[in-house]
Design a protein around this ligand. Sequence first.
Ligand SMILES: Cc1cc2nc3c(=O)[nH]c(=O)nc-3n(C[C@H](O)[C@H](O)[C@H](O)COP(=O)(O)O)c2cc1C
Length: 202
Amino acid sequence: MIKILGISASPRHQATEFAVKKALSKAETYPGIVTEFISFRGKKINPCIHCDYCIKKKTNCFRKDDMNELLEKFVQADGYIIGSPVYSYNPVPELIMFFNRMRPWRVAFPHESMEGKVGGAIAVGGTRNGGQELTINSIINLYLSREIMVVGGSTGNYTGGKVWTNNKDSAGAEEDEIGIVSSEDIGARVAKALLLIKGERK
Ligand SMILES: Cc1cc2nc3c(=O)[nH]c(=O)nc-3n(C[C@H](O)[C@H](O)[C@H](O)COP(=O)(O)O)c2cc1C
């Protein structure tokens, strides 16, 4: 089976979680795809301090937080749907720290190649044009920094899932038809790309 990991980078169980789950539900409609969801709510991710411990010792980070467990789940998945709330026109800082802390990937998991992995992005903002596109672009760049291939949406959807909550949290996301459709679309696109790469689809 091909596994897609959905991540809500929000510190809450709210709109981002709703949108990522919509994308995962759509991805699961493709035979051969299984999904898992994780939330950053309650997770502790410290910043990378560039001590180079992981590189020198060829091992995981020594810092005692949730990152090592999260990284293990991440390297074992084939594809990703990452959703972030827009905070000040950007993804939440925890998501950037999460990608920075992937530095031990090659040395701690030498048999888990980054190649052939596919990612899609979702951004959730309280304002209609609150920075969703910029946030999606940042998530795309984070994927590229880890050699993960990126898919955008299908015609008219461009880069990924763009959700507007109208500052009503999950209830607002549930009312945002465009947000739901674009999130489901990115779920389908990640699933279809993975099936192609794995030779399960022509
Ligand atoms: C510190 C902070 C900064 C925010 N900045 C923006 C912003 O720049 N643009 C925007 O549209 N919404 C912004 N918001 C609103 C959130 O993106 C919105 O409430 C979103 O639904 C949060 O995701 P969640 O419901 O999954 O937690 C901000 C919220 C917080 C707490």
